[in-house]
Ligand binder design. Structure first.
Ligand code: CLR
Length: 462
């Protein structure tokens, strides 16, 4: 794994400045607005551009290599599913706002197994495109993200619009999915926290097999905090595997029939425990007679029964998190399922020590602003590493960063005015808008030129 490589730095140059500014004081006049139009004070930022944040999808790129090595398409889908979930793990506890990329800004990263190029292809609306490829040419991963931030008063809702695609040339196979939404809570009062929820469908377009995942909302007793669950299905929607885990920790899969058996057995055992009986199964308790709904109900009873014996207080049972101001869900690590014969597809890397003083960065994130040896001479002049406001924030110079941020935003506005007066349009340098052959949706396609390093027209955006 790249971040374990001693070649890369392990920590940022200085610890962060812990601010006690109130986000509400900035946002209270913006309820219902699109947040991309609001300039936020730099103390709420983390020293990364959104292009770099997008690059964090690559932390577990080895899963794509392993997927490409499998001759069984079901195994390939399992690993691609693992990759899709792993790509979201770095968001845990990350509550700093990445810098909005400037129009034309780029970010490149070369690692042992892959290289990636990102470009800000549109400013209003903000759209960031990326294209990653394996060194051994066994896979590519590309897509675009158009993050829509909506402020609802107590919370900020984020919809990462845009499709991402994994391609295995050797298998002539493409997989697509769209990332789930997320929500930052406690804007008015309390401690900020974030959840990702919604459904994610990872489709193999050549055989119609798919993984259908549900990212659950924390829920009123937070038993579902970070939890994901779903099925791997064939093209007639027959369930082949049960998938489960937490986007912050792991994803496992288990044969669907084994899962059903386990589930039914446990539900019945619980029922017997609860009723204080050991009677043998009545015909109506047999798996085929027990609907999933009932099983779910039993399971949730089991959870609350368990919780009332522990330190968790049951007083908030009937209140939804949103109804209690300043509510922070507790971790539910005591409640975790481990179904026998499961196979672990992915587990998270531990965060580095003291990461709470470094914007909760992962080891991978710590390396993203590093100007590696020999890079100065070849780096594209629009690379995020060269952004003066991000550099200043990374050095702990908050006032300097604020001055630079304002300057860059003004410079960007001036350039846009100039283009308008010349009736010129902006054309991205490395990506072109096209249509995905798989989803028939708009797709930003890489033109294949970046790594030739011929930055013909020198672009001055910093
Ligand atoms: C989540 C994963 C998606 C892509 C994506 C888009 C926008 C990101 C979001 C991710 C994570 C949370 C995020 C957001 C932009 C702003 C928001 C970084 C990476 C932060 C937490 C907002 C903090 C400031 C508010 C409290 C005002 O695939």
């Amino acid at each position: 794994m790249a971040s374990d490589n001693p070649r890369y730095r392990l920590i940022l140059p200085v610890p962060m400045y812990h601010n006690d500014f109130n986000i509400w004081s900035v946002l209270k006049n913006c309820i219902g607005k699109e947040l991309s139009k609001i300039t936020m004070p730099v103390v709420f930022n983390e020293p990364l551009s959104f292009l770099q944040r997008m690059t964090e999808y690559m932390e577990y790129s080895h899963l794509l290599r392993i997927a490409a090595e499998q001759s069984d398409p079901i195994l390939r889908l399992q690993y691609v599913t693992g990759f899709a979930v792993s790509a979201l793990a770095s968001n845990w506890e990350r509550l700093g706002k990445p810098f909005n990329p400037l129009l034309g800004e780029t970010f490149e990263l070369e690692r042992q197994e892959f290289r990636i190029i990102c470009e800000q292809v549109s400013h209003h609306p903000p759209i960031s495109a990326f294209h990653a490829e394996a060194r051994n040419k066994e896979w590519t991963f590309h897509g675009s993200i158009h993050p829509k931030l909506k402020f609802w008063g107590k919370s900020v809702e984020i919809q990462p619009k845009g499709v991402v695609t994994v391609h295995f040339p050797k298998w002539n196979e493409a997989y697509t999915w769209t990332n789930v939404q997320c929500c930052v809570h406690n804007i008015i009062a309390g401690k900020l926290w974030m959840e990702q929820y919604g459904s994610m469908e990872i489709v193999n377009h050549s055989n119609g097999y798919r993984s259908n995942l549900t990212f659950k909302q924390a829920g009123s007793n937070s038993k579902d905090l970070h939890r994901i669950e779903g099925y791997l299905q064939d093209k007639s929607k027959r369930k082949l595997f049960f998938l489960y885990g937490k986007w912050t920790e792991f994803i496992k899969c288990v044969d669907y029939h084994a899962y059903e058996e386990y589930h039914n057995e446990n539900s019945n055992k619980f029922k017997r425990d609860r009723d204080g009986e050991t009677r043998s199964k009545s015909p109506n308790d047999s798996p085929s007679h027990t609907s999933r709904k009932v099983l779910q109900k039993l399971n949730s009873l089991k959870v609350s029964a368990f919780k009332s014996n522990t330190t968790q207080e049951g007083t908030e049972e009937s209140l939804s998190p949103d109804m209690c101001e300043g509510y922070i869900p507790k971790s539910d690590s005591t409640y975790s399922i481990n179904i026998p014969n499961s196979f672990t597809i992915w587990t998270v890397n531990p965060r580095p020590p003291n990461c709470e003083d470094y914007y909760q960065f992962t080891s991978f994130a710590m390396t993203l602003n590093e100007i590696e040896q020999g890079m100065e001479k070849i780096l594209c002049p629009t690379d995020s590493r060269l952004r003066p406001d991000i550099k200043k924030l990374e050095q702990g110079d908050i006032d300097g960063a604020a001055v630079e941020k304002t300057r860059l935003e003004e410079k960007q506005r001036d350039a846009s005015k100039q283009r308008k007066s010349k009736k010129g349009d902006w054309t991205p340098r490395w990506f072109k808008l096209g249509t995905s052959p798989y989803t028939k949706q708009e797709d930003w396609l890489y033109n294949g030129e970046y790594w030739n390093r011929q930055y013909i027209e020198e672009l001055d955006i910093f």
